[in-house]
Design a protein around this ligand. Structure first.
Ligand SMILES: Nc1nc(=O)c2c([nH]1)NC[C@@H]1CN(c3ccc(C(=O)N[C@@H](CCC(=O)O)C(=O)O)cc3)C=[N+]21
Length: 289
């Protein structure tokens, strides 16, 4: 048996086509395009690649992209000042500060300085609280978990009553994803580095979401036959190639559906960032006097 490979790239491109129409219609009404302000501090090569991918996605969806590329020596106060300016700009609907930040900057302080109505990454405390309490009109949901939920839907799997194993407990992926799955009535287990028997938990799961950042974490013998396996891992191999947390070839033999890396969750994350940005522009336009 060989599993279906879920093509995140083409699903993301379809979403972006619809978003391009929505942002063009918005531009007609508002007299301006939706705007995304991207801040990159320092010269992490991986971050530079992601920022470039976001810039291209803005072009595809008719979103204005404003970039602020700052040296690694930028102080926290300088960065907070730049956030304040972006918060005040009428033409900026979304603000994204690329993570990780240099060690001398407190990421929480910077993220929580973003005006919650422009927090298209969904990392602000207010967005986290809105998600936890099931509030859909305040804040934004984080883009990677949104992309994972869309992939599960596209796989034709309803999470209700299913055993879902989320491996990883970050504020950006594992924790918010668990809340979204719970909202869809899944029975959710969150595994992490101190979990004692990952294999037993995994073999019991109808859906596995691997978001731990460890190459080869999910092996074929851990997968329940017929399961859906979503790979959130973005690990660099020594040869520079991107790879996930799942042994992809082995998963193809056991699972019903598997997402690839690259071409799975990554492009969906970017499409969801564009969705949040257009949504923010819609909300802000609706609130004009
Ligand atoms: N404030 C902030 N928001 C983020 O959303 C954020 C961040 N910081 N820091 C880093 C992570 C990582 N991330 C990815 C986005 C797209 C791909 C992506 O498009 N990947 C392509 C391939 C990219 C390549 O080839 O390198 C794929 O999987 O097909 C990957 C990873 C967003 N992040």
């Amino acid at each position: 048996m060989t599993a279906r490979i879920l093509d995140g790239k083409s699903i993301a491109m379809m979403l972006e086509e619809a978003l391009a129409k929505q942002s063009a219609a918005l531009e007609k009404r508002a007299g301006r395009k939706p705007g995304l302000f991207v801040v990159l501090v320092g010269d992490d090569p991986a971050s530079a690649v992601y920022v470039r991918n976001k810039t291209r996605a803005c072009a595809r969806t008719g979103v204005n992209c404003f970039e602020s590329i700052l040296p690694a020596s930028t102080s926290q106060d300088e960065l907070l000042g730049i956030i304040d300016e972006a918060n005040a700009r009428e033409d900026v609907d979304g603000i994204l500060v690329q993570l990780p930040l240099p060690a001398h900057i407190c990421a929480e302080a910077v993220i929580d300085r973003i005006a919650p109505e422009k927090d298209v990454d969904g990392f602000h405390m207010l967005s986290a609280g809105a998600l936890l309490t099931g509030q859909r009109t305040l804040g934004f949901r984080p883009c990677t978990p949104m992309g994972v939920m869309k992939l599960i839907e596209e796989a034709g799997v309803d999470p209700a009553g299913k055993n879902v194993l989320v491996i990883g407990r970050s504020n950006i992926v594992g924790k918010p994803l668990a809340i979204m799955l719970l909202e869809k009535h899944a029975t959710v287990t969150i595994a992490h580095s101190r979990t004692t028997d990952l294999k037993t938990l995994a073999r019991n799961a109808d859906i596995i979401v691997a978001a731990a950042g460890r190459i080869g974490l999910v092996t074929g013998d851990m997968i329940k036959p017929g399961a859906l396996v979503i790979d959130v891992g973005t690990n660099r191999k020594p040869d520079g190639k991107l790879t996930g947390d799942v042994d992809f070839a082995a998963a193809l033999e056991v699972a019903a559906t598997v997402t690839p890396v690259p071409g799975g969750v990554g492009p969906m994350t970017i499409a969801m960032l564009m969705k949040n940005t257009v949504e923010s522009a819609e909300r802000r336009l609706a609130q004009l006097p």
